[in-house]
Design a protein around this ligand. Structure first.
Ligand SMILES: [Ca+2]
Length: 512
């Protein structure tokens, strides 16, 4: 192992921590992921720094929490954009050839990737999507190559794209291409390759034959799927609606889970090909391999879907690390760790120069102990959750194993997770949210004008950025949005008849 090993990051989108056979899943078969775990260390209590796509990925590449990155959700842009170093920019400066393939969830900036082959799921990315261009070049006719969204988002689907042209195969194929090209032309230079799949993110639409890889009849039903909606925190009510009633439809829920597992199975086959290529090229003993996901998936637990909530299926992620010469084969580590610990691991192990004025990093090396683990004996891992002015911080407590248990939260608890009181209005479940949104209208106007206003009773419906300090809240003036500031008449989009539908479509697109 050289002092400048290659780095291979394998990332899925929305894969639960229990969705690997090496994590004890009795149904799912993931031999390639298992092989990485068997040759390295598996972290059993790993979680995203925040259970939201873009915010999690930004914390992953910068090593900082959301309050520092200013990415708190899937906002198209953050507040003030800090020029934080990323793991790619640090490695690029250290002489690495940095290359990305697949879904990054950022565009317009490379964040230190020298080359990037894009495959994004959102409509806005089609103009510069390398995967879609490859379909066009191959003559593949597919109207929904990444599955149908909107009203069919949580309907079981089978992709119309042949498996050899499918999105998951494309990530593996382009990763294999990169490895061969690099070994041929740049063998004297270490590489950083980030292979990133959209799967198993919904729509659950694997190509044949992965749509029948698992028998729906063998699938377990979600945990606590019959949880009453009024028992959920108000912030999670929209998630119940987005599941489209699937949690009350056992057949559909089993089918969804079978397709979810099928998507993971296809990713696993791709990982097997990438790892086989590493061995074929003689690079496997000089390449660090990290496998993880940006967050989990509720998959019907608590009657909820996707992520964006502080429950374990949403927050916990798989995390495997194979560092030849450093990790012990087949080791497991129960330390509460997270995605913000990855960059400090690279900084420590590779002696990367991290700018002193950008620190300190909140995480620490995953290899602080021999064989894998933190040197500090950390008792919990703090996550960020919520989007209002009183965003909460949660702690993943070591040893939590139940799929039902929510995370511990630091005092004061965020309003989103307080019990919902509906004694006076048992039928008015939507009214508190409506009142809350109205209550924040003056706050929004005040924020635009830069005035400081007292905090209201609830944080629902607010769009203020969090403060930099953990205990305080700082209102940051939102920059004007150009298309809203423009008073000229907007062109009418034909085919969409109601404004409400447009809002729904926007919300759908932003929720990926
Ligand atoms: Ca995601």
């Amino acid at each position: 192992m050289s002092d400048r090993p290659n780095i291979l990051v394998l990332m899925t989108d929305q894969q639960r921590a229990d969705a690997m056979s090496c994590a004890g899943n009795p149904i799912l078969r993931t031999p390639a992921m298992d092989a990485i775990a068997a040759s390295g260390v598996r972290f059993t209590n790993a979680c995203a720094s925040t259970p939201v796509c873009v915010a999690s990925r930004m914390s992953f590449i910068t090593g900082h929490r959301a309050a520092r990155t200013h990415w708190v959700d899937n906002n198209a842009r953050p507040g003030p954009v800090p020029e934080l170093p990323t793991m790619m920019s640090l490695l690029l400066r250290a002489g690495y050839w940095t290359h990305g393939v697949g879904k990054m969830h950022f565009r317009g900036r490379s964040y230190g990737l020298r080359n990037l082959l894009t495959m994004e799921e959102g409509v806005a990315h089609r103009v510069d999507d390398d995967y879609l261009r490859s379909l066009r070049d191959a003559g593949v006719q597919a109207r929904f190559p990444k599955g149908m969204r909107d009203l069919l988002y949580f309907q079981p689907q089978t992709s119309g794209v042949p498996v050899q042209h499918s999105a998951s195969n494309w990530v593996a194929d382009r990763s294999v291409d990169f490895l061969r090209e690099h070994a041929r032309y740049r063998s004297d230079q270490p590489f950083f390759l980030w292979s990133s799949w959209i799967a198993p993110h919904p729509p659950f639409a694997p190509s044949e034959p992965y749509d029948t890889l698992y028998d729906p009849a063998a699938m377990p039903l979600p945990e606590y799927a019959d949880r009453p909606v009024h028992d959920l925190p108000a912030a999670l009510w929209p998630h119940r609606a987005r599941l489209d009633g699937a949690h009350r439809d056992p057949d559909r829920m089993r089918r969804i889970r079978a397709l979810y597992y099928g998507l993971i199975g296809q990713v696993d086959d791709g990982i097997a090909r990438i790892m086989a290529t590493l061995r074929e090229l003689g690079l496997d003993e000089d390449t660090v391999v990290l496998f993880t996901a940006d967050h989990g998936e509720m998959l019907g637990d608590h009657g909820l879907s996707q992520k964006n909530c502080p429950y374990e299926p949403s927050v916990r992620v798989p995390l495997l690390l194979r560092w030849p010469g450093r990790t012990h084969a087949g080791a497991t580590c129960d330390d509460p760790v997270g995605l913000t610990d990855v960059l400090p691991t690279l900084v420590d192990e590779l002696a990367l120069e991290y700018p002193a004025d950008q620190g300190p990093l909140p995480g620490e090396s995953l290899l602080g102990k021999t064989g894998g683990g933190l040197a500090s004996g950390r008792g919990d891992y703090v996550i960020d959750y919520g989007q209002g002015p009183r965003r909460g911080a949660g702690r993943l407590v070591n040893g939590l194993g139940s799929g039902r248990a929510p995370l511990d939260r630091r005092a004061p608890p965020p309003p989103q997770v307080r019990p919902v009181r509906l004694r006076r209005r048992p039928r008015g479940a939507v009214r508190p949210a409506i009142r809350s949104a109205r209550a924040h209208q003056p706050r929004r106007r005040a924020a635009r004008s830069g005035r400081r206003v007292p905090r209201t009773r609830t944080g629902m419906g607010a769009h203020f950025r969090p403060g930099a300090s953990a205990g305080g809240v700082r209102l940051i003036r939102r920059p004007p949005v150009p298309h809203l500031a423009d008073s000229r008449p907007r062109p009418v989009r034909r085919g969409i008849t109601r404004r409400g539908d447009q809002r729904g479509a926007v919300a759908e697109a932003r929720s990926c």
